[in-house]
Design a protein around this ligand. Sequence first.
Ligand code: DNO
Length: 358
Amino acid sequence: MKMVFRWYGEGNDTVTLPQIKQIPGVEGIVWALHDLPAGEVWPLDRILEVRQLADQHGFHIEVVESVNIHEDIKLGLPTRDGYIDNYKKTIENLGKVGVKVICYNFMPVFDWIRTDLFKELEDGSTALFYEKVKVDSMDPMELVGKIAANPDFTMPGWEPARLKHLSRFFEAYKQVTEEDLWNNLQYFLEQIIPVAEINDIKMAVHPDDPPWSIFGLPRIMTSQENIRRLLKLVDSPSNGVTLCSGSLGVNPNNNLPDMVREFADRIPFAHIRNVRLYENGDFIETSHRAADGTVDICGIVKAYHENGFTGYARPDHGRHIWNEQCRPGYGLYDRALGIMYLWGIWDSLERSKQEVTL
Ligand code: DNO
């Protein structure tokens, strides 16, 4: 397991590289050129700047999260080919600096979504929270109206750039079924996976968060069955998944350890975090400790260990503790604690294995 840590870049993150350096066992940063809109080619000189900075602190930049997919590709519009060509150029540029994994998602319009960024837990810490009824009862057109009336209106996880086009997107997606989205994903993968293969890069799709349809938009990266289908769309080691335990874990039907076992050789990147799921479908992100949430973190790490996992892993989100002022979900302290918990499980498993072989 190669431990990595997401870093949003200088001036864009409260966490610094020297701080990350002091978390045991972190070997690389997970990064992106966050200022570039989806669809643009990532210029080599900008990528090299990141590498130089990471080098100064002894980190590699082998994992990128995310190179976002232009909406026209997801919608299957005729203009998609130009954006797919740009994507290929970006893959080539990333290959030149030694990037090994590109995490991306195929969620229409929104990425992850929550209703509260700072919901208080029993111990006074705060964390990202999802109130199911609040999202379920929101009418997309009412949303468009709210945004028109108040340009500052937003919800946690929403990108302002995309919100501006919300009404156009909702209109366009009315015609797109889940099967259409599958076809559009296949079209995209058939073109880019050969380029990823040549450049020794693994594409790793991130599951939908939460893993169900919101606002009537189709969502397909939601379950074991659908991940199985994705992997078959283009049967190549370069077509893989970012197995995110927190995203998939809010559907109690998703058995994460089982997914790790089934997809082991197609998981180049693991996001490991815990959530507590409530009976009404609400959920809150908790510490990594298994006892704090509903996700079987020990079972997941054990499954990775048993399958000789050599991919990259990151603690994904954390709570906000000790009054840390940080990007929601991306503080230093709780993610560092999460890493130590993951290493604790991993190292004990290693130790038991050695004792058995002695
Ligand atoms: C949330 C992240 C996601 C992820 C993207 C990948 O914190 O796990 O935003 O980076 O879905 O494209």
